[in-house]
Write a protein that binds this ligand. Structure first.
Ligand code: SF4
Length: 232
């Protein structure tokens, strides 16, 4: 399995923000969001090849209950072997008594994963890259309502929307309506920001949007505390 990074930090986002966690960042993501903060993990060949055993050993280096499987996009990978390796990896992490969060853009569904929290970040139109070739791939796959319905119907979840401007609020409401059966308490809005300055500048606007829409404000501690340095 191709892994970009394995590291120990605080969960920066979502309802578990602030909780010490081990992160396993899988390589590869087809979406190429224009403001992506982990571009180094886009390439399917980023990082290096790990066996499941090596990943388990790396995770066990820290006596930490919470494990976050992230990317890239961990639920999809052109290397088909991931389809069988991925559930096995999660099964073995779970067997260590860990809490597992999977962070995904919600573009692929895999059933019956031992996942305690599916952290889904559906991509809005504000994420579309300018390059026409990249934008076609992005637009064709960034929002799959059927997959999102499967994910929220089968896993405990949170929905995190990245907000760039006030104009995004109507698209967020529309997306939630189209998905259907979304519990409002599970929705968070987070400022689009890859630097601390951007985060601080946009946070008051997003906080007001949260109050207006009845959503939770999503922190980005990795940006606030470490300015999005790799490995945080
Ligand atoms: S889905 Fe996530 S990892 Fe993939 S390009 Fe978008 S922000 Fe980056």
């Amino acid at each position: 399995m191709r892994i970009s990074d394995i590291f120990y930090s605080l969960q920066g986002e979502g309802f578990l923000a602030g909780v010490p966690s081990v992160f396993v960042r899988l390589a590869g993501c087809p979406l190429r969001c224009k403001w992506c903060d982990t571009k180094y993990a886009w390439d399917n060949k980023a990082g290096r090849q790990y066996s499941i055993n090596e990943i388990i050993q790396a995770v066990q280096k820290w006596s930490c209950k919470f494990t976050v499987i992230t990317g890239g996009e961990p639920m999809i990978n052109p290397d088909l072997s991931i389809r069988s390796d991925f559930p096995e990896l999660l099964k073995q992490i779970k067997a260590q008594g860990k809490h597992i969060t999977i962070e995904t853009a919600g573009i692929a569904f895999i059933p019956a994963l031992p996942c305690d929290l599916m952290s889904i970040s559906p991509k809005l139109s504000n994420s579309t890259p300018a390059d026409p070739k990249l934008s076609k791939v992005h637009e064709d796959s960034r929002l799959d309502l059927a997959v999102l319905r499967e994910l929220i119907g089968n896993y405990k979840y949170q929905l995190k929307f990245v907000v760039d401007s006030q104009n995004d609020l109507s698209e967020i409401h529309q997306t939630i309506k189209e998905i259907g059966n979304v519990v409002p308490d599970r929705v968070l809005l987070m400022p689009q920001a890859v630097t601390r300055d951007e985060l601080l500048a946009k946070s008051p606007m997003v906080a007001e949007m949260c109050k207006q829409g009845g959503f939770a404000f999503c922190q980005r501690l990795q940006v606030l505390l470490w300015n999005n340095e790799r490995g945080t």
